[in-house]
Design a protein around this ligand. Structure first.
Ligand SMILES: C[S@@+](CC[C@H](N)C(=O)[O-])C[C@H]1O[C@@H](n2cnc3c(N)ncnc32)[C@H](O)[C@@H]1O
Length: 243
């Protein structure tokens, strides 16, 4: 294992990941929409709707971990969650999320912080979401446990993440796109080839959906559901904290 490779398989150190995300902020949203062929809008809406299923009253609070430029947090606010906080450790991402919030009159609170050690008390949130962020954490199991910690009994932990693509035939064109074409599009649009090479490399090391589901159960979550999206390239995991 190289010095920049974490235990869980993500391939860069915390500082490297932080700098990489700071560097791609200006074209980050556009690149998301292009590389997913616009499917990311729907995926974020699905996440937001599931987060809203935990609502009980006006003090309901949802945390979007590794929020990036804020699109999941905005989607969660739009479905009627009263209090939403987005947390990310890239100051560039947080600044962009705050700029977007101001522009659209959103009341989402965006803060800089580490998803592995969040500044929230146990059980304060109705749900904790993470979208395309889990893969970047240095320890996936500890990341899931930290999300479960801040969620109240009956609340949900929801993770949307790219997953290794195993389809016996389609994996050939998909992997060609993902490993060869995507980094080039990333370079053309953002000037950062490495960031969009990191994406498929980190997906390759990421647990299969059934393994991540077990990680959810090991964190004490129950009724763990897995929904495959994006023709099997993306997995949505939902777990409920026992009452
Ligand atoms: C691929 S982006 C996803 C952003 C957003 N959730 C989305 O769906 O577009 C990954 C984000 O995870 C953040 N991140 C990575 N490790 C983190 C950590 N330990 N704590 C907080 N944020 C982290 C990065 O700064 C980056 O903004």
């Amino acid at each position: 294992m190289s010095s920049s490779q974490s235990q869980s398989g993500a391939i860069s150190s915390k500082d490297d990941v932080q700098q990489m995300f700071d560097a791609i902020v200006p074209r980050y949203d556009l690149m998301n929409h292009i590389m997913t062929f616009g499917m990311d809008f729907r995926w974020r809406r699905i996440m937001a709707r599931i987060a809203s299923q935990t609502l009980t009253g006006p003090s309901d609070f949802v945390v979007d971990v590794a929020c990036g430029t804020g699109d999941v947090a905005f989607a969660i606010e739009r479905v009627g969650v009263p209090l939403v906080t987005g947390l990310d450790y890239s100051s560039g991402m947080i600044a962009e999320a705050q700029r977007k919030a101001k522009k659209r009159g959103s009341e989402v609170n965006f803060i800089e912080g580490d998803g592995m050690d969040m500044p929230f008390k146990d059980g304060v949130a109705s749900a904790a979401t993470i979208s395309f962020g889990m893969r970047n954490l240095p320890d996936y199991a500890a990341g899931v446990r930290e999300m479960a910690r801040i969620v109240r009994p009956g609340g949900k932990v929801i993770c949307l993440e790219a997953t290794p693509y195993d389809h016996p035939i389609l994996k050939y064109p998909f992997n060609f796109y993902f490993y060869r074409v995507l980094p080039v599009i990333g370079k053309l649009l953002t000037g950062k080839y490495e960031a969009y090479k990191y994406l498929p490399d980190s997906v390759r090391h990421f647990p299969r959906p059934n393994e991540l589901a077990q990680t959810f159960r090991d964190a004490g979550l129950e009724d763990v559901q897995v929904v495959m999206l994006g023709f099997g390239s993306v997995a949505l995991h939902v777990g409920t904290k026992p009452l």
